[in-house]
Design a protein around this ligand. Structure first.
Ligand code: UD1
Ligand code: CA
Length: 452
């Protein structure tokens, strides 16, 4: 049966106290609604409708063509929100999963379970429920004598007796798509909040003579939802634990998972060892056998197999296989470090490509450069790439030796195998195999020290 998905994300998220729409707040590197959309896509939903309202343009800009958008101008309740998808979905055969954009922990496995149960049971609505210790604020599931779901009652409409129920409505449910949009027409707003409640569909669909089924989610942290920043942090912690567990199961050693932060899309090979206080972000890829030392922070980094990185920042950059980096190096904006290179303490590399076996063991800066294999950038050597207005390029040929404290003033080319003497300030090209000395000649004045 064809699968559709609706994601509600029109709410203001008042309790977030934010200029950013709630569903765009991030959990482990992705907006909450991106996690939900991803779970729906993985569970096979072919058409996704996102109901937007508050700052809809920001939500649409983030999700792009992964979804179709339906705008809810006024937030009159969850049933009203789902009705906004009428134009896109009404009358189409299939089943529709309704989810909330602020449930980042919802997994594709849970959605798959719901879709499958729904399809196999023949029910027209299959809801996901959860038994929680503190149900305050949530809709309670009221079952009849035979144990079937009779209705859902919201906190504000419930009797004291009903409030004792600890089985709650997660809000996530699968519907027969045609029945859904028929039933929505029958929802009223005669309740404590004067809203059109999606939860009324239980009684309405039963009233139409159809079966309503439920799945009780086992994993209690499965669907928590986020209303404020405390819950945002809690959802983040749970997601982090899940991500870390997955990597450990795949053969990655995390010395201390509690202080290891790996965002959702990071890829890590086997036998990688990660020390505490490491943050791996974005589309970072770490290949097999690499070692990531404490205090490292990577974003969109590609780390080759067997590389060793100590306490360094690597952003939008690559480190080749078996290279060593750090401690305290900063690679950014398209730095590419060749295999087996050695980048030591306090070295910064920006938009520069280094061949194999380059050494820059201490205190160097390489920006806007092409650096051949086995070049040695000695202590304190820098490339002066910026003239105050423009950046210029520097090329250093293979096997060149750049002495300590050299300034290479770009644009400049150093030929293969050339030798630039320590302390030189080089502004003219140096031919291959040449020795360049560009510094004031030393003069020794005998006996002067004492007189001074
Ligand atoms: C809802 C359920 C409640 C359930 C809880 C789980 C109803 C009436 N109640 O309550 O049973 O236990 O979720 O979290 O459905 N939204 C819109 N447009 C609207 C209203 C809401 O898009 O007009 C969106 C919100 O952005 C949010 C989601 O729907 O993502 C849920 O709305 P919210 O107001 O948080 O519902 P609850 O009162 O928490
Ligand atoms: Ca809510």
């Amino acid at each position: 049966m064809k699968r559709y998905g609706i994601v509600l994300g029109a709410g203001m998220g008042t309790r977030m106290k934010s200029e950013v729409p709630k569903v765009l707040h991030e959990v482990m590197g992705k907006a909450m609604i991106e996690h939900v959309i991803g779970a729906l896509e993985t569970a096979g939903s072919q058409e996704l409708i996102v109901v937007t309202g508050h700052k809809s343009e920001l939500v649409e800009a983030r999700l792009g063509d992964r979804a179709v958008y339906a705008k809810q101008e006024e937030q009159l309740g969850t049933a009203h929100a789902v009705q906004m998808a009428d134009g896109a979905l009404a009358g189409k055969p299939g089943m529709t999963m309704v989810t909330y954009g602020d449930d980042p922990l919802l997994t594709s496995e849970t959605l798959e379970l719901l879709f499958t149960k729904h399809e196999n049971s023949g029910a027209k609505m299959t809801m996901l429920t959860n038994v929680v210790a503190n149900p305050f604020g949530l809709g309670r599931i009221i079952r009849d004598a035979s144990g079937e779901v009779a209705r859902i009652v919201e906190q504000k409409d419930a009797t004291p007796e009903e409030l004792k129920t600890t089985e709650i409505n997660t809000g996530i449910a699968c519907y027969d798509n045609e029945v859904l949009f028929e039933a929505l027409k029958l929802v009223g707003n005669d309740n404590a909040q004067g809203e059109y409640y999606l939860t009324d569909l239980v009684e309405i669909i039963k009233g139409m003579g159809h079966a309503v089924e439920s799945v009780v989610i086992e994993n209690v942290d499965g669907v928590l939802g986020v209303n404020d920043r405390v819950q945002l942090a809690n959802n983040g912690r749970i997601m982090r634990e899940r991500i870390n567990k997955k990597h450990m199961e795949n053969g990655v050693t995390l010395i201390d998972p509690l202080t290891t932060y790996i965002e959702a899309d990071v890829v890590i090979g086997s036998d990688v060892v990660i020390e505490p206080n490491v943050y791996l972000k974005g589309n970072t890829v770490v290949e097999a056998g690499a070692f990531i030392g404490a205090g490292s922070d990577f974003e969109n980094a590609k780390i080759g197999s067997g590389a060793q990185i100590l306490a360094s920042f690597v952003v939008d950059s690559e480190v080749g296989a078996h290279a060593t980096v750090g401690p305290f190096a900063h690679l950014r904006a398209g730095a590419v470090v060749g295999a087996k290179s050695r980048i030591g303490n306090f070295v910064e590399i920006k938009k520069a490509t280094l061949g194999e076996g380059v050494k820059a063991a201490h205190l160097a800066y390489m920006g806007d450069a092409e650096i051949g294999p086995r070049v040695n950038m000695s202590c304190g050597a820098i490339i002066a790439n910026y003239d105050g207005k423009k950046k210029h390029k520097t090329v250093i040929g293979a096997d060149a030796m750049i002495g300590s404290n050299v300034n290479l003033i770009a644009p400049v080319e150093i030929g293969e195998g050339a030798y630039v003497a320590a302390g030189s300030t080089v502004s003219k090209n140096v031919p291959a195999e040449a020795l360049a000395i560009a510094r004031a000649k030393q003069e020794n004045k005998e006996g002067y020290a004492k007189r001074l």
